[in-house]
Design a protein around this ligand. Structure first.
Ligand code: NAP
Length: 284
């Protein structure tokens, strides 16, 4: 068997075309969704993510602004800015690019963002609502992963998903979203004994670790769907995933590549959340 590729870039492109039309309609009603991104410091990866978000917003007609603050910005100053953006009627979505410099308490910042503007879906209110299956902003990467899984020709209900990684932004929430789809979920992490015993039982294997090629075909059940979330820069400067793509694709039924996999979907779901935030605010 050779797996079919789930091309996140193509799927993201299709979704963004639809969003473009949706935004055009909103603009006719004087609603231009607006995203404010806050970047603190000069981390090159963060700068590149932020410029990607700005570019993608422009592509679909979302207006966006990047507030770039120096790395010495204090927690108090950042909190004041968030409070100002919460009150600003022109701002629909607020995103604070993580990680923040060490002297700033990230959780404190996340919890200060108005949950109705929390387009990253990291506020505990949105996470709590997601847990109980209520309407909320879904965290972008997990939302993108579930959207990719829905786009292929498989029934999710009753499947067994094994998730490697339990971070608050990827592993934990993606498991919850799949549980909401009636998937049976197993979580693995760095303290899991005999990882392969679990992964070999996965109909859907989601790898969100951040270590290049820790998963190869030996870990994969014949016909499994593999979602590779990992983004790792290797010695030659190129990007690679957590999964040995060439090897694992021999056994999988579907597999996501890196790049052009989960990454473009993450940004797309951010755009979707921003449009949703604008619609909700104007409905109130
Ligand atoms: P993270 O917070 O560092 O979490 C990594 C998880 O992997 C932890 O739960 C850790 O277990 C587990 N782990 C580490 N070594 C392991 C091992 N040998 N066996 C099994 N589990 C192991 O990372 P993250 O933020 O979730 O991100 C994971 C990867 O996804 C990174 O490469 C990141 O760059 C990428 N990412 C991509 C996107 C995208 O849009 N494409 C978005 C977000 C993240 P413990 O909990 O026990 O420490």
């Amino acid at each position: 068997m050779t797996a079919q590729i789930i091309n996140g870039k193509d799927l993201a492109g299709k979704l963004r075309e639809k969003m473009k039309e949706e935004v055009k309609e909103l603009v006719k009603h004087d609603i231009t969704p607006h995203l404010t991104v806050v970047l603190v410091g000069e981390d090159p990866a963060s700068k590149s993510y932020v410029s990607g978000k700005k570019k993608a917003s422009a592509e679909v007609g979302i207006s966006s602004e990047v507030i770039h603050l120096p790395k010495e910005t204090t927690e108090t100053e950042l909190l004041q800015l968030i409070k100002k953006l919460n009150e600003d009627n022109n701002v629909d979505g607020i995103l604070v690019q993580l990680p923040l410099p060490k002297h700033i308490n990230e959780q404190q910042i996340i919890e200060t963002i108005d949950p109705s503007k929390d387009v990253d879906g990291f506020h505990p209110i949105n996470i709590g609502r997601m847990m109980i299956g209520e309407k909320s902003f879904l965290p972008c990467t997990p939302y993108g992963i579930v959207t990719m899984l829905r786009s292929i020709d498989i029934e999710l209900e009753g499947k067994h998903a094994v998730i490697i990684g339990r971070s608050n932004i990827v592993g934990k929430p993606v498991g919850q979203l799949l549980l909401n789809e009636n998937v049976t979920v197993t979580y693995c992490h760095s303290k899991t004994n005999n990882l392969v015993e679990y992964t070999k039982k996965a109909d859907i294997l989601i790898v969100a670790v951040g270590k290049p090629h820790i998963i190869n075909s030996d870990y994969v059940k014949e016909g499994a769907v593999i979602i590779d979330v990992g983004v790792n820069r290797i010695e030659d400067g190129s990007l690679t995933g957590d999964v040995d793509f060439e090897d694992a694709k021999k056994k999988a039924s579907y597999i996501t590549p890196v790049p052009k996999g989960v990454g473009p979907m993450t940004i797309t779901m951010l755009l979707e959340n921003t449009i949703k935030a604008a619609k909700e605010r104007n409905r109130r």
